[in-house]
Design a binder for this molecule. Structure first.
Ligand code: BES
Ligand code: ZN
Ligand code: ZN
Length: 474
């Protein structure tokens, strides 16, 4: 984790990063004549950054070209990723960030998110981890709250990435619950874990069916952050798909570019844990409850089978036509449980459908829901602010018709086209409150490094939700 520290002045041999606003730039007294000339030229050339030659330390000038707004913020985050790479190549351990423009927060965000590595299992002596450890913010004592908040946001995002990057051989449903408990203790939120006996007694038929082929019992996790000064009378509930591995079950997935990365199928649960971890440390005055149904979707002697009819937690009977459409089964039980909490709003996060990926690729998450327009609008604003884009799909009833069964109340399988929508229609059946569903199948996991999101789990929706929740505070 890149650590953020405050400093009143830079030391003479500190590596430095400056931000310079291109528009209207003539000169800056803190630079020499030659440096100012070089900056003016770099601005005219529309360069992203400029390296000044200072002998024993590195000095980088990041140039801001666009107008203020989400596009420029995102540009600066991605330049931050490049600066992190430069500093690591130079084996630097720290850098002094000269904070002459508010975009320094975006720059630091990009730098810190890009510095993330998942190296728990790396043992080769040839492997050199990143050297960069600290960003010193120079001369911004007054902005300490923003800086420490940003540190929490980055840390929570990286924690979600860690949870996703762990293979299922380690991150079983039981282990995931242990991780939640540890996080709850560290940050200050309650964690209640239901074991298999309790899940059976409660008749959570969706979770139990998916778990049937597994050697490892399922868990149902309830996380709660309820500060005394909570402004919301009814809780905001976050639900996360916690399939720690998705083989597809008897409707087995092929390996390449499909099952091979299905350790990411609990990324929704990582969002929920990451957000609770953040809000508890940020002391947000909001009552928030997180729900995670967790199990693997394994293949075994006792696996549930295509054609089975199961009875869900709410009593609905479902004809399972494809055991690979398991996410909606476990989520449905959690969504039904959420009714008891009389929520103001429920948001679920799930790597739910390949259809969402086919529809929009890795550039945005699919959003569908029954929440009011104003709430959705706020969510879109946040999605641009943090550049975790959303695209809305309609919850038309035509897609629910695809789920009609000849022998049960419904099936778990719609048509291939618009599969992200029929999946959401399935979930909608189990809700009776304002609700948003965010399908992160395309955005939760990177197959290669991409700006400030390295290969593997991206932690997508953690930054989105923190921004959204902060905007809920009056
Ligand atoms: N976990 C998958 C969805 C997924 C696909 C996540 C790609 C991440 C990347 C989900 O459980 C699944 O298998 N969905 C099926 C549903 C279908 C059988 C209706 C799918 O999308 O193919
Ligand atoms: Zn599946
Ligand atoms: Zn799945």
């Amino acid at each position: 984790m890149l650590e953020f520290k405050l400093k009143s002045k830079r030391n003479s041999n500190d590596n430095t990063v400056h931000l310079v606003v291109g528009k209207g730039f003539k000169k800056d007294e803190s630079f020499s004549l030659a440096e100012n000339k070089a900056i003016v030229k770099a601005i005219a050339d529309k360069r992203e950054y400029l390296m000044l030659n200072n002998g024993d330390f590195m000095s980088v000038i990041v140039l801001i070209h666009g107008e203020q707004g989400w596009k420029t913020s995102e540009k600066i985050r991605s330049v931050g990723a490049k600066i992190t790479a430069l500093l690591n190549e130079a084996k630097s351990e720290s850098v002094a960030l000269m904070t002459n423009d508010m975009l320094f927060l975006s720059l630091a965000e990009g730098m810190a998110l890009a510095n993330y590595q998942f190296i728990k299992y790396k043992q080769s002596k040839d492997f050199k981890p990143n050297t960069l450890k600290t960003i010193h913010f120079v001369g911004v004592k007054a902005l300490e709250p923003q800086i420490s908040a940003l540190q929490i946001v980055v840390e929570s995002t990286c924690l979600a990435r860690d949870l996703v990057n762990e293979p299922q051989s380690f991150m079983t449903a039981l282990q995931l619950s242990e991780e939640f408990k540890t996080l709850g203790k560290k940050a200050g939120f309650k964690v209640d874990v239901w074991n298999e006996a309790k899940i059976s007694a409660q008749k959570m038929g969706g979770i139990l069916a998916v778990n049937k082929g597994s050697k490892i019992p399922p868990t149902f996790n309830i996380m709660e952050y309820k500060p005394k000064n909570a402004q919301n009378k009814q809780p905001i509930v976050l639900v996360g798909k916690g399939i720690v591995y998705d083989t597809g079950g008897l409707s087995l997935k092929p390996t390449t570019q499909s099952m091979d990365f299905m350790k990411c199928d609990m990324a929704g649960s990582a969002v929920v844990a990451g957000v609770l971890y953040a809000v508890a440390q940020l002391n947000l005055p909001l009552h928030i409850i997180g729900l995670v149904p967790a199990t693997d979707n394994w293949i075994g002697e006792d696996s549930y089978a295509p054609g089975d009819v199961i009875t869900m937690y709410d009593g609905t009977t479902v004809e399972v036509l494809n055991t690979d459409a398991e996410g909606r089964l476990v989520l449905a039980d959690a969504l039904h449980y959420a009714k008891k909490l009389k929520p103001q709003l429920v948001i679920d996060f799930a790597t739910l459908t390949g259809a969402a990926v086919r529809a929009i690729g890795p550039y945005a998450s699919a959003m569908l829901g029954t929440a009011d327009d104003q709430t959705k609008q706020k969510m879109f604003e946040s999605s641009y602010a943090v550049f975790e884009r959303l695209i809305e799909f309609p919850l038309w009833d035509d897609y629910a018709d695809e789920l009609k069964s000849s022998i049960a109340d419904m099936t778990n399988l719609g048509k291939g086209e618009g599969g992200q929508i029929s999946a959401a229609k399935f979930l909608e059946h189990f809700t009776d409150y304002p609700w948003m569903h965010i399908d992160i199948a395309g955005t939760a996991f990177n197959h290669a490094n991409k700006t400030y999101n390295p290969i593997g789990g991206t932690g997508v929706c953690v930054r989105l939700m923190i921004d959204f929740l902060q905007k809920q505070i009056k």
